[in-house]
Design a binder for this molecule. Structure first.
Ligand code: AMP
Length: 184
């Protein structure tokens, strides 16, 4: 396996693994330790800003709640607007919704129907901290396109590649992750 660049090793080491959260058998990747370290947080935002600064992105779209942490500073850094995708009942104006299945039951995400109306043929970038099965990102990308923007790429700090969420996303848009991580 190729050696990881030192800055990526540094980022990986700044993420805390919490076993058995939120339930038995899940290794939770806790990014509060990454964003709590100003050097690590800046590396992530600077890296994504470099990648997208000339991509003509009108809106960075982040999903509740950790997508907000990376999405908002990235939007400012590249001169784009920020659009939140939220859990049901949180957005105050008229929303569009998308349901997606989980291991047990389903979940739902929502966006304001006029989120992109200020820009004709808006170009959106979807951002989240981590992709696991890809269900949240897939539903979010569908929502973005349903309310009138083109989702030009989906970007993540961490890809749990064994869960193959990236394969789902590549059917819909371009995929990018800073860190490829084993495990669930
Ligand atoms: P998924 O829809 O399965 O791709 O799950 C992605 C969402 O759940 C993201 O918003 C992640 O923040 C969160 N998530 C899922 N699995 C983990 C994990 N092992 N560690 C941290 N966050 C996770």
């Amino acid at each position: 396996m190729a050696t990881l660049e030192p800055w990526k090793t540094f980022l990986l080491e700044s993420i805390r693994n919490v076993p058995d959260f939120p339930r038995n058998g899940v290794q939770f990747k806790d990014i509060t330790t990454l964003v709590g370290n100003p050097k690590a947080f800046k590396i992530v935002i600077d890296h994504l800003a470099e990648r997208y600064k000339n991509a003509n992105i009108d809106f960075v779209v982040g999903s509740e709640a950790r997508g907000f942490i990376f999405g908002a500073p990235l939007a400012l850094a590249i001169g784009a607007g920020f659009t939140p995708i939220r859990k049901p009942g949180k957005l105050p104006y008229t929303t569009a919704s998308e349901k997606y299945s989980l291991e047990y039951g389903f979940d739902e995400v929502q966006i304001h129907i006029d989120a992109f109306s200020a820009v004709k043929n808006a170009r959106a970038l979807f951002v989240d901290d981590l992709i696991a099965t890809g269900g949240t990102a897939e539903a979010s990308i569908k929502l973005i396109e349903r309310v009138g923007a083109k989702c030009v790429e989906a970007a993540f700090a961490i890809n749990l590649f064994e869960l193959k969420g990236d394969e789902k996303i590549k059917k819909l848009t371009n995929f990018y992750a800073i860190l490829e991580v084993e495990g669930d």
